[in-house]
Write a protein that binds this ligand. Structure first.
Ligand SMILES: NC(=O)c1ccc[n+]([C@@H]2O[C@H](COP(=O)([O-])OP(=O)(O)OC[C@H]3O[C@@H](n4cnc5c(N)ncnc54)[C@H](OP(=O)(O)O)[C@@H]3O)[C@@H](O)[C@H]2O)c1
Length: 258
């Protein structure tokens, strides 16, 4: 059996967030280099400090991932300087239709797609040439259980996560023969700013540290899909295979109907 993959140089966007911060911390140990991005400089410094105290070497860059030129420049620069083993574009936002069902503004929709989809793809695109040249590397993309069936309360978020799910699955098939591992992460509800701001019930809420442990375990085993928690994964997966009328009714009854 192949031994689990232990990454030594890891790039994480959204490291100032709930899950991104927990991931930075869980990978922080002597011999590990962490390249961390966030916008909130104070929080970024706090996360970096915590990781350094655990023995990791940490390099941070505060930037808005909608600034693609700067984002791509940062990833390319470090891909040239270091052998990045694992890339995790975790930066993300959510938006919703509002309590009265007003709908999302175009500004919200386009910003969300820029952050959740285009920025994640830009990070992958910038990191890939060096990984392909070395025939080694790992990419972990953040989808969501909301990708299985669109949630009426969060249309563009659901769409963004479905896009990332399909992108990651496709990349995995393309890049596996070149020795590059790609996994799609599909969390349920994980305690974070984004999660708190999300409307609707939040069953089986996990703390970010638990999510980070599950993600690290799944990545070490090169799982194609790292989805959790089990009951919500099964439920949301079922929505994608049941007849639409049944899935829509279930979503209404459970309070996700809009
Ligand atoms: N939490 C959940 O229940 C859940 C469920 C499914 C999937 N996910 C996915 O998990 C990932 C992490 O989410 P989270 O729960 O940790 O959310 P979070 O705590 O709200 O963190 C979001 C992160 O994204 C960064 N970010 C947002 N917009 C940005 C921008 N324009 N430029 C740069 N950075 C930006 C934030 O940086 P600053 O704070 O520094 O601005 C922060 O680090 C996301 O992709 C999310 O969609 C989360």
């Amino acid at each position: 059996m192949r031994s689990p993959f232990v990454p030594r140089t890891i790039l994480i966007t959204g490291a100032t967030g709930g899950i991104g911060g927990a991931l930075a911390e869980i990978y922080a140990e002597p011999g590990t280099t962490l390249l961390l991005q966030g916008r909130n400089r104070q929080r970024l410094a706090e996360v970096a400090n915590g990781c350094e105290q655990r023995g990791a070497r940490v390099l941070t860059h505060a930037l808005d991932v909608r600034d693609q030129e700067t984002l791509v420049g940062w990833v390319r620069e470090w891909s040239a300087r270091e052998e990045i083993d694992l890339v995790i574009p975790a930066a993300g936002v959510n938006s919703n239709i509002g309590p009265e069902g007003r709908g999302e503004s175009w500004e919200e929709i386009s910003a969300l797609i820029e952050i959740n989809v285009l920025a994640a793809m830009a990070v992958v695109d910038a990191a890939l040439p060096s990984m392909r040249k070395r025939r080694q590397g790992q990419i972990a993309l953040f989808s969501s259980l909301a990708a299985y069936h669109g949630l009426p309360l969060t249309p563009s978020y659901s769409a963004s996560k479905a896009a990332i799910k399909a992108y990651g699955e496709a990349l995995r098939g393309w890049l596996a023969p070149e020795g590059i591992r790609v996994s799609v992460i599909m969390p349920g509800y994980v305690e974070s700013k984004m999660c708190r701001e999300m409307p609707g019930p939040k069953p089986f809420l996990w703390p970010p540290e638990r999510a980070a442990r599950a993600i690290r375990r799944g990545l070490a085993r090169n799982r194609p899909r790292i989805s959790f928690p089990f009951p919500l994964n099964l439920g949301t997966w079922s929505l994608s295979v049941l007849p639409s009328a049944v899935s829509e009714r279930i979503l209404q009854l459970l309070g996700y109907g809009g």
